[in-house]
Design a protein around this ligand. Sequence first.
Ligand code: SAM
Length: 327
Amino acid sequence: MNQDPNEPSPNPDDLVAEAEIAEPLPRAERGFRVHAAPFPAPRLTPGLHVVATPIGHLADVSLRALETLAAADLIACEDTRVTRVLLDRYAIRTPLMSYNDHNAGERRPRLLGMLEEGRAVALVSDAGTPLVSDPGYKLVAETIAAGHTVVPVPGPSALLAALVASGLPSDAFLFAGFLPTRTEARRRRFEELARVPATLIFYESPHRVADCLADASAVLGLDRPAAVARELTKTFEECVRAPLGELAATFAARTVKGEIVVVVGPPAEEATSEADVDAMLRAALLRQAPGRAVAEVARLTGADRKALYERAMALKAESQPERGGRR
Ligand code: SAM
């Protein structure tokens, strides 16, 4: 599986010649099996069917996903080796074509050509929902632009599984995908997201999770509630729930393997009083220039920058010793 956009895995299917991509199966041969019971494939609407597949547990695939995969003329997938495991489990024989970050530019026109011929093409990724930190966005956009139908077949996605297991508020959430890999850029990203009034969800690689949590706790605060969901739906599934400071300490001391989602609760809601804002501004002004002090307090309180700047100037003036007064 392509774990992370920064580390694409090589795919031998990039080398598959056009001639090697099989013809669609005759209709009578299309079908699937569940626990050895055979099911026929229905007729599909022509167009692009975007099909979610399991993020670990193969039984998480939906019946409609199986029907769609069995009935399609072709399945476009990230890595044929990964998708074949799912197809073999359900005895689906639909031809596969790889569609991934390495070959999308060359494959997209061919897939669009099939749609033009009135074919039904299924798009899957290695795991979960295509387009969610996975290939497919341009294909969907160009399919729509060409006037063809796009049919979503919803199902698993690691971000939703992590959210519902985290115990953090689920009424509003922001999925931020993968974080930058360098500390400075990662901290900047956390600063941008610090006051968003929603639960934040990130995909992260196991060897960066400790650094990610250290930066998150430094920028978002040690006390902010959070969770690390690992290996969801698989044998070693776990969800560690704790404030960011505690999570950072826990994961700094652990060697972590597997696939990871980091979930961070929304900022505390209580409004900061004027006296608190003044105290924060005074403390920040002692350490840095007014512009930076205002930016810091704006980030921490969510208050309006212009108003904060005016208040900072007033506080600075108050703190100057009086000069030049008449005797
Ligand atoms: N399209 C997928 C989805 O809908 O969740 C995500 C693909 S993205 C390339 C892969 C990342 O998703 C992993 O690095 C990890 O952060 C997360 N992920 C995928 N499967 C997971 C699992 N079983 N448990 C925890 N995280 C998972």
